[in-house]
Unconditional design. Sequence first.
Length: 578
Amino acid sequence: MIDPQTDLSTLVRHAVSAAFGAIPESLEVAVRRSEHADYQADVALALARSLRRNPREVATAIVDHLQRGDIIQTAVVSGPGFINLTCHPEFLATQLHRMIEDPRIGIEQTDTPQTVVVDYSSPNLAKEMHVGHLRSTIIGDCLVRTLEFLGHRIIRQNHIGDWGTPFGMLLEQMLDEGLHHGGDNVRELSSFYRAARLKFDSDPAFGDRARARVVLLQQGDAETLLLWQRLLEVTTAYIRTLYERLQVRLTDQDIAGESRYNPLLEAVVSELEAKGLARSSEGAICVFPPGFSGRDGNSLPLIVRKQDGGFGYAATDLAAIKYRVDQLGARRILYVVGATQSQHFAMVFETARLAGWAPADVRLEHVAFGSVLGQDGKVLKSRAGEAVSLVALIDEAVSRARVILDQGSAELDETERSRIAQMVGVGAVKYADLANDRIRDYVFQWDRMLAFDGNTAPYLMYAHARISSLLRKGGAAGLAEVGDSGAIRIEASAERALALELLEFPATIAGVGESLQPHRLCQRLFQIATAFTRFYDACPVLTAEPIVRTSRLRLSGLTARVLARGLDLLGIGAPEQM
């Protein structure tokens, strides 16, 4: 992988060894980007503490033993003991050339590919997807794209909610209304569900029938299953259309709802009891994993079988872990689910460890995220006070994007304008979500996410379109042909700044695959686009002398490729004109 920081870290570590002998493996020799030079190493500060010496003296000794070679042009001690490093322009040019020549633009595939199961999106049967499903769907899709590109075997799992008490309520309501074949669309079914919820909360007899219907469903009652299957067909058709609009890679084949694990639940509970992990508590069968207690200090129960004989969500989640490890061969399982479920997953993961269903070499990770808020700081709602429909959200995003394009893209024909409006509208919504640290809540703001300046999808898309136009004017038939010949020259400060940002891209992708934080990729793309804008303003391209012109066209072409790849990993398109 192309990563100048790794090369520099190795040189600094060798210098530390040469100056002070053997050093602890635990000593971090990190090299980071700097405002004062290309990179900065702060190893001298930590080393000075262990050696009980002045940090500047330690830093000076390291610099004196640093082998500069063809990588480091200057190394200067600054401040309390930082080491500022500036690279040879030729070194940067060589690294850029490697990126240009590489179809993967310097991003290596992993040497240790793993089978990674990603559990995400997870809408509910017979209910419209709303803004609450947005984050799981697009964060999960970004991680799937990134991990696949890094060379891992990805198994997508859309763990739809298609089992349990809510469906007992819905099925009983539909039978009461004589709808023995199910509704025609999800919106109609959603209205049935709301009516069922009101009746469930106000009519104890209906509540008892709904719970009994769940048991019939779990036991495979023919009439109940037939109606349930119709609900599944309607829901599948609905979410398929929505995923296509969002450009999310989930398919019908990825659906692995709660119902898939129903045949396994009895054995899961029995095994937990046999291993002494589950016991009866107030009529339910519970696990009490160590380390979890309530405000009263008592151990918290993880309910695997409820008092009425039905199985709890925990039993399904445990069965899913066992299945994914044993049958799918998962070595890493990601659960892209809201932060409110953090304790639940922590208890489930601990129970799976105790039961031996998730060995130590299997990583169980809750990819938690915050909520989407309205301008009032509360969870985003429609004017009617309901959760905002995801279809309505996408429609409005595309409509707003179309208005903006109509005002400033008169040269585009009707078909192209509609296509790009779809790309920009959906991309703006997705990027506004992904650009935020996923664990935090964020405020949904139309004007901000559709702006053509700042850290937004339209800004990045426009940067890509601008470069595409530049390359067309420069005589390149397409982005792929730019970079076939001619050397890169790094002379102007704006060229160096852009080069350094581009060279950070491969390591950023690798980092996202480990940290599972898409906002780091967004930040890198924004910095690249910003550096390109400054480069474009400061460095003439088409009017430069031939050798410089070729170099700057190649640098521009690489920037376009990096932006397009980064946007694709986010699940966002990169138009060539806007």
